[in-house]
Design a protein around this ligand. Structure first.
Ligand code: COA
Length: 204
């Protein structure tokens, strides 16, 4: 399928770098200059705890080797993009992964690594912008995510981005809330958001 994953369905044709404009954020392709931010975010115990994983335990130079390999040989069935604010500051990353072409679904993840940017709408806008990209450029019909049950800020942000909860699941010994959105929901929400707030008053 035209899976919308850069470099995985474009053959040898040159293509412009991915750059997706949101309301508050720009999503762009990962680049080498991101390595120090990503290293510091992935080494941070507080940030790792939100993903129920251990923080990185390697040096920056070791991580640089891994990072270069990931840039050169992007993993199949996933796409990670950097999140920038309007001034071009790199504030985090978001991704979709585990693309299942048969069930036409994938999992979404996000981390705003810059804590001074939390709770200002950047997360919801980044997620909404990535969903728009996915539903407009791939054949995926359902996007789901898992967030720790105690991560109420993330849940609030995902609700604002259009996801709905579908139930609790246990994974790797942790309790997660699974949330989903399907393409029709996303399109209906986008149409409602684009409609005039009070259409009746326009004719009166
Ligand atoms: C989760 C994350 C992506 C959300 O992005 P964000 O930009 O901080 O969040 P948003 O501004 O879009 O939305 C946060 C909402 O939660 C609210 N909120 C903040 N702290 C809260 C708390 N402790 N409990 C409940 N709601 C909270 C905010 O007020 C806001 O709601 P409002 O706009 O209705 O006021 C970001 O905080 C982050 O990356 N956190 C660390 C890593 C993480 O948790 N990743 C998700 C793993 S699944």
């Amino acid at each position: 399928m035209a899976n919308g994953l850069p470099g995985q369905d474009a053959g040898l044709e040159a293509r412009p770098p991915l750059r997706i404009q949101g309301e508050k954020v720009i999503l762009r392709e990962k680049r080498l200059e991101d390595v120090e931010d990503d290293f510091s975010w992935r080494s941070d115990p507080e940030l790792a705890a939100f993903d129920a994983v251990a923080p990185l335990r390697m040096s920056l130079s070791e991580y640089l080797t891994v990072f270069k390999e990931e840039l050169r040989y992007p993993a199949l069935r996933q796409l990670t993009v950097a999140i920038e604010d309007a001034e071009g500051t790199h504030i985090g990353n978001c991704m979709y992964y585990g693309v299942d072409e048969r069930q036409r679904q994938a999992e979404l993840g996000i981390m705003i690594g810059r804590k001074d940017y939390w709770s200002q709408g950047y997360g919801a806008d980044a997620v909404r912008t990535l969903l728009r990209y996915i539903f407009e450029n791939t054949e995926l019909l359902r996007i789901y995510l898992h967030t720790l049950t105690w991560n109420t800020r993330a849940q609030r942000s995902f609700l604002k981005a259009g996801f709905h909860p579908v139930g609790e699941v246990q994974r790797f010994g942790h309790d997660f809330l699974r949330m989903e959105i399907v393409r029709e929901e996303f399109l209906a929400q986008s149409a409602a958001a684009a409609a005039p707030a009070h259409p009746a008053s326009a004719t009166s």
